[in-house]
Design a binder for this molecule. Structure first.
Ligand SMILES: C[S@@+](CC[C@H](N)C(=O)[O-])C[C@H]1O[C@@H](n2cnc3c(N)ncnc32)[C@H](O)[C@@H]1O
Length: 247
């Protein structure tokens, strides 16, 4: 088994990049996430964060809204850095792995019946390695819960031509989204080749909007996000883009 310190979706490489770019290149994306999280107003005072790493894209104001925060984070260095970065916040740790099998999401929900859940840029890293039934199991387990996720759609070495938030339409294809970011001025009907890594999450995980996160000057991720807030029987539900199969 690979150590979580060496994992591709986090670990040392991620922390070294954070040290280098967190206060510069990562700032626009971190601010985008902060705006999105400020708009997500679950009634619950308990939060479970799945994959927070050291919380490089999380902010103290958001965390302070909750009276109890539990983290599911396998990287021990990330957990230590998270506690150091947010000294005013107490984080409880839970070792349950909600990605371990198709019953993982239901176990997560059952373990924290009163909580809201934030999947913190983790599902795009893991979804292509999971049982294909896992995304549906997640949606079923999260029925009636407040939850939110931001997750990678694709990664590309070429910088996009546009920045900022982009709403994802219900009938959107990944191709049209990519064209909008990487070739917005291309004449209609023309095609161009883009070499990218597809995280396999588009049309598989719900998504309402997206933006680019430039992780390094040569690695640019298109990240999607969605959120649902539930209070009693009233629910704010986003459109479930592409659920049921990739477009
Ligand atoms: C890209 S990083 C998340 C970035 C982070 N949210 C931030 O603000 O900096 C993905 C994180 O997910 C964690 N992770 C990987 N698999 C996981 C799992 N099954 N459950 C919980 N966390 C997991 C990794 O250890 C890593 O810290």
């Amino acid at each position: 088994m690979r150590s979580h310190l060496l994992a591709d979706s986090g670990g040392l490489t991620y922390h070294v990049r954070a040290l280098r770019y967190r206060k510069s290149l990562w700032q626009p994306f971190a601010m985008q996430v902060a705006r999105w999280l400020a708009a997500w107003q679950p009634a619950q005072r308990e939060l479970v964060i799945i994959g927070p790493s050291a919380g490089y894209t999380l902010d103290a104001c958001f965390l302070a809204r909750f009276s109890r925060i539990t983290i599911l984070e396998p990287d021990p260095l990330a957990r230590r850095l998270l506690a150091r970065r947010f000294p005013a916040q107490h984080f409880e740790r839970e070792s349950l792995d909600c990605c371990a099998g198709i019953h993982g999401p239901a176990m997560l929900r059952a373990r924290f019946p009163q909580a809201a859940f934030l999947f913190s840029n983790v599902l795009g890293q893991v979804v292509s390695q999971l049982d294909p039934r896992w995304p549906q199991a997640l949606l079923e387990a999260m029925q009636g819960a407040s939850w939110a996720s931001y997750h990678d759609l694709v990664a590309c070495s070429e910088a996009p031509a546009r920045s900022g938030e982009r709403h994802i339409k219900e009938d959107e294809t990944l191709e049209s989204l990519l064209a909008d970011f990487w070739a917005p001025d291309a004449p209609q009907g023309t095609r161009r080749t883009l070499t990218l890594h597809d995280h396999g999450s588009f049309g598989v995980l719900p998504a309402q909007s997206c933006a680019v996160w430039s992780i390094t000057p040569r690695q640019h991720h298109l990240v999607a996000w969605m959120s649902i807030s539930v209070e009693g029987s009233s629910m704010t539900i986003p459109p479930m883009i592409g659920i049921g199969g990739r477009s």
